[in-house]
Ligand binder design. Structure first.
Ligand code: F6R
Length: 368
C-alpha cells in the first residue's frame, strides 16, 4: 500500500505532480476558469471588495502564499488569518466580503467555526477542500476541490501543493470576474500552472542530496528558515514540517526581519535554510537575500540555499546548494517547498521517529 516507500509521506511527496495536475483538471473550460460549485452569482462575485483567507497550520501557509497572487491579480485587499484567531474576534465582514476557507479534511473545527462566523455576518464563503462531502464545503457558497487524493501521512505534503494550486485558481476566477485580467492573461496563467507538474517531478526526482544533508544535520538543536515574498510562507512551512516530524526547534522568518531580532540567534554552525527568489525580474529581492546570507554567514551560520539551478551568484555563498528549476516568483513555492518536506521526513527517520504518525498530532483536528 505504501507503493515501495518506507512511509506514506514519501509516497505522498512523490505524488505531488499528479496532485497538482489533477487539481487543475477541468477547471479551464471555453476560455474561462470554473469552480466546482458556485452558488454566488457572477454579479455578487464582481461586487466582492475584500478577501479574507482563513485556515489552520499548513493550509494557513498555503493561504499566505495565495495572498500575493490574489492581490496582484485582482487588486482586492486580501487578509490571511489563522481560523482560531478570526473566529474569536470581530473582523469587519459584510456581503461584499469573500471568505476563503482552506482545509484538507474539511472538518477542522476552528476553520468550520470561522466559516459559520463569516456566514452569520453575510459574508460569502468559498471553500478549498480535499474531502468530498465534508462539512466545510457543505456550508460554503462556493467550492473548489483539491484533488490530492487521500493523504495518510499526518504531515501535509501533496494536499499543501494542491491547496496552493487551487488558491491560484480562486485568484484567477476572481480576476476574471472583476476584469482585472484579460481572458488571454488568465489563459496564460493557467497554462503556466499546467506546466508545473513537470518541474515538480524534476524536484521530486532529485531529493537524494537533500536526504544526505538531513542525515548530516539530524543532530541539530535548532534550524532557522528565511525567505522573502512567497519565500516567507515557504519558510514557515519548512519550519512547521521540521517541528511536527522531527520534534526539532525550528522557526521561519521574513529575511528582512533578521536585524529586528532573529539575527541574535545566529551562532557558529547554526543551520539556516534560505529560499532564493528567481533571478529573472526580481533583482531587488534577490540582492536583498544575497545580503542577508552574507550577514548570517559572517556570524557563523551554515547556509542551505534553495535556488534556481542557474543561480551562480548565490552558489558560492551556500554551504549546501539545492537547485530547483527556474519559475516565476508566484509559482516557486510549488517547487521550493518540496525539499523542506523531504528534509523533515529524513531528519525524523534518522532520529528514529514515526514519519507518518508524529507524536501528539491528529490528521484531522475536529476539536479546538
Ligand atoms: C501540517 C498539517 C496541519 C494541517 C492543519 C489544517 O502538516 O497537516 O497543520 O494543515 O491541521 O488541517 P486541514 O487542512 O484539514 O484543515
Amino acid at each position: 500500500e505504501k507503493g515501495g516507500y518506507d512511509y506514506f509521506m514519501l509516497k505522498e511527496i512523490a505524488e505531488q505532480p499528479k496532485a497538482v495536475a489533477d487539481t487543475l483538471l477541468g477547471h479551464f473550460q471555453d476560455g474561462r476558469i470554473v469552480l466546482d460549485e458556485q452558488r454566488i452569482s457572477d454579479q455578487d462575485l464582481r461586487d466582492i471588495d475584500k478577501v479574507f483567507i482563513v485556515a489552520c497550520g499548513s493550509a494557513y501557509h498555503s493561504g499566505m502564499v495565495a495572498k500575493y497572487a490574489i492581490e496582484h491579480w485582482t487588486r482586492l485587499p486580501c487578509e490571511v488569518e489563522i481560523a482560531s484567531e478570526f473566529r474569536y474576534r470581530d473582523p469587519v465582514l459584510d456581503r461584499s466580503t469573500l471568505v476563503v476557507a482552506i482545509s484538507q479534511s474539511g472538518e477542522t473545527a476552528d476553520t468550520l467555526e470561522a466559516v459559520r462566523h463569516a456566514k452569520a455576518q453575510k459574508a460569502r464563503v468559498l471553500a478549498v477542500c480535499n474531502t468530498n462531502g465534508s462539512q466545510i464545503p457543505r456550508e460554503a457558497d462556493a467550492v473548489l476541490y483539491t484533488h490530492a487524493g487521500p493523504e495518510i501521512g499526518v504531515a501535509s505534503t501533496k494536499a499543501y501543493l494542491a491547496q496552493i494550486t487551487a488558491n491560484y485558481l480562486v485568484g484567477l476566477a476572481l480576476a476574471q470576474a472583476r476584469g482585472t485580467k484579460y481572458p488571454d492573461e488568465v489563459a496564460a496563467e493557467f497554462r503556466q500552472l499546467e506546466r508545473m507538474p513537470e518541474d515538480i517531478q524534476r524536484v521530486v526526482d532529485s531529493l537524494d542530496p537533500v536526504r544526505e544533508i538531513a542525515r548530516e544535520l539530524a543532530d541539530s538543536k535548532s534550524v532557522l528558515f528565511l525567505g522573502r515574498h512567497v519565500g516567507y510562507p515557504t519558510a514557515l512551512e519548512g519550519a512547521l514540517k521540521l517541528k511536527e516530524l522531527a520534534y526539532m526547534h525550528a522557526e521561519g522568518f521574513p529575511a528582512g526581519e533578521l536585524k529586528h531580532g532573529p539575527i541574535a540567534l545566529i551562532e557558529d554552525g547554526l543551520p539556516v535554510f534560505i529560499v532564493m527568489p528567481p533571478v529573472e525580474g526580481r533583482g531587488v529581492l534577490h540582492s536583498k537575500l544575497v545580503s542577508n546570507i552574507q550577514e548570517i554567514r559572517a556570524r557563523g551560520a551554515r547556509t542551505i540555499v534553495i535556488a534556481e539551478e542557474g543561480d551562480e551568484v548565490v552558489r558560492p555563498l551556500s554551504d549546501y546548494f539545492i537547485p530547483i528549476p527556474a519559475s516565476t516568483t508566484l509559482l516557486q513555492p510549488l517547487l521550493a517547498t518540496i525539499p523542506y518536506q523531504a528534509f523533515a521526513a529524513e531528519v525524523a527517520a534518522a532520529r528514529g521517529y514515526d514519519v507518518d504518525k508524529p507524536r501528539n498530532l491528529a490528521k484531522s483536528v475536529t476539536v479546538e
